[in-house]
Ligand binder design. Structure first.
Ligand code: NAP
Length: 494
């Protein structure tokens, strides 16, 4: 069942921000797991870069500690760790200044020897342009160089365009990998496999048969540790413009002619460009309230406003909206999107709600039954199709809805049950030079062009987010958004 692992080509990888949170929690563990799986060639060279004056031995200690902490329940095998660390080094470097660049150049192997050279920008966005400029001016790039750019990619259309222009002055679009880790999730890729690999769904995948689609990305965590960034960003910029937009694209796009980077991204771009502007009364913003320790034994935590230290903050920690895609396939089928912090459960789910059968031969007493396809991205990745059947037993024709459930953990056995982390997949794609699961510059700009007027409208109206209880499903107005249309959100389940 498990796919064969083909080692990637030798590469040099520089992680700018190699001591940071993302590098320690995601990037280095992803590399280590691929190393243990036998996918790294054994001749890779991984260089952490940051300003801190660390020796190579210091950095290896940091990496070892991070791997022990973040590599999951199976732990870290000492022999694997030693061999992985022997491929790791460190350079103290200032991405905004001049220090360290000669040392970095000295550590990189000649392009003729190792042509694939990756630079991962795991640093704050203010460093993206300076890093690109310095890589170029120090002659560290070649035709096979790839840069990986973390989110946020701009904070509006203007800044995204400016960043695209700077990157484009030093790199071809084919060298720029704008990462959205949602696209690396196994189920997200499965979404394309389910849609375009089966005859079953695609004929029904349109407004004639689909009543509406719900996309929910719910988190239980707050914004602690990211207060400054989040207060300037909010859920719309932090989640909706990128992660939910990408999920919307994959659900709504036309079948690409082939599974190749530009064919897929062309179709996603068409979806974004076909999105109607969102009416102000089709959006609900929320902000979480404090929680007391006594409630259900749950941990106490401060309100959003107390967390950011701004009692008048108007930044949303929750947003729900109704979107319309004006094209032949989706005219008349609304897409309801919601995302928020401090909600009742951590859950990322897409629900495709099909229409009722046109006529019930079983009479009104059989009730209303419509199929729905639930795609769980996390936790417990899998896909469930609910179908209507007869309730077993005597007593007439009573109908019930039952799930046809494909949990990847159960269906694919032990190995399939622990799908690789999104970063594993995405970093290997960068090494292979496959951009299919990365955002193209025009996609990012189109997403900002749709998002900007929404945010500008809030600012112009002085819109204040609705308070909602921590541990709830969000503000009541989000339920009203649905009920006005005679619909209900599906529950947010773990
Ligand atoms: P972080 O923990 O603050 O780490 C920042 C890293 O950048 C540190 O290694 C820091 O080390 C280095 N750095 C800062 N200024 C530098 C400079 N002038 N030159 C060279 N290195 C410098 O940040 P993070 O959470 O890892 O986030 C990194 C990026 O990933 C951000 O763009 C963030 O938005 C994005 N991201 C993070 C997460 C996450 O879960 N953490 C998720 C999605 C996206 P020194 O201070 O020693 O230089």
């Amino acid at each position: 069942m498990v796919s064969r692992i083909i080692p990637v080509a030798p590469f040099d990888l520089v992680i700018f921000g190699g001591t940071g949170d993302l590098a320690q929690r995601k990037i280095l563990p992803a590399l280590f797991r691929r190393h243990c799986a036998g996918q790294l060639p054994g001749s890779e060279w991984i260089i952490g870069a940051a300003r801190a004056g660390l020796s190579c031995a210091d950095y290896r200690n940091i990496v070892a500690t991070a791997l022990r902490e973040h590599c999951g329940p199976r732990g870290v095998d000492d022999a694997e760790l030693t061999s992985f660390l022997s491929r790791v080094s460190y350079v103290a470097l200032d991405g905004m200044g001049t220090q360290g660049w000669e040392e970095l150049a000295a550590q990189l192997r000649p392009s003729a020897e190792v042509p694939v050279r990756l630079f991962y920008f795991s640093v704050g966005p203010a460093l993206f342009a300076p890093l690109a400029e310095r890589l170029h001016s120090h002659g560290l790039t070649n035709g096979d160089t790839r840069i990986v750019v973390e989110k946020p990619f701009g904070r509006d259309l203007q800044t995204a365009k400016a960043l695209n222009r700077t990157l484009a002055s030093h790199f071809d679009e084919g060298q720029i990998y704008r990462i959205d880790h949602y696209l690396g999730k196994e189920t997200v890729q499965n979404l394309m496999a389910v849609r375009f690999g089966n005859m079953l769904f695609e004929p029904l995948w349109n407004s004639q048969y689909v009543d509406h689609i719900q996309i929910t990305v719910a988190e239980t965590v707050g914004i602690e540790g990211r207060e400054d960034y989040y207060e300037r960003s909010g859920a719309m910029r932090d989640m909706m413009q990128n992660h939910l937009m990408q999920l919307l694209c994959l659900i709504a796009m036309e079948p690409p002619a082939k599974f190749d980077p530009d064919a897929v991204r062309d179709e996603k771009l068409k979806v974004i460009r076909a999105l109607d502007p969102v009416e102000p009364h089709h959006i609900v913003r929320g902000q979480y309230q404090a929680r007391q320790a006594a409630e259900g034994g749950a941990q106490a935590h401060p309100s959003y406003r107390d967390t950011v230290g701004n009692p008048r903050s108007r930044t949303e920690s929750y947003v729900a909206l109704k979107a319309h895609i004006s094209n032949w396939r989706w005219a008349g089928t609304p897409f309801y999107l919601r995302t928020g912090k401090r909600l009742v459960a951590r859950s990322s789910v897409i629900n495709v709600m099909f229409k009722d059968a046109p006529h019930s031969i079983f009479g009104a007493e059989a009730g209303r039954h419509a199929n729905h396809l639930k795609i769980r991205l996390q936790p417990n990745e899998g896909i469930t199709l609910s179908v209507t059947i007869k309730e077993p037993g005597q007593g007439g024709m009573r109908l019930i809805d039952v799930p046809l459930d494909m949990s990847f953990a159960e269906a694919l056995g032990e190995e399939g049950g622990t799908p690789p982390d999104a970063y594993e997949r995405l970093i290997m794609d960068v090494v292979r030079g496959d951009q299919t699961l990365f955002m193209r510059g025009d996609e990012v700009e189109a997403a900002w062009a749709w998002t900007d007027p929404i945010i500008a409208g809030w600012e112009a109206r002085g819109d204040v987010p609705k308070p909602y209880d921590s541990g709830s499903t969000g503000p009541g107005d989000a339920d009203l958004l649905m009920r006005r249309d005679g619909r209900e959100w599906r529950g947010i389940n773990p």
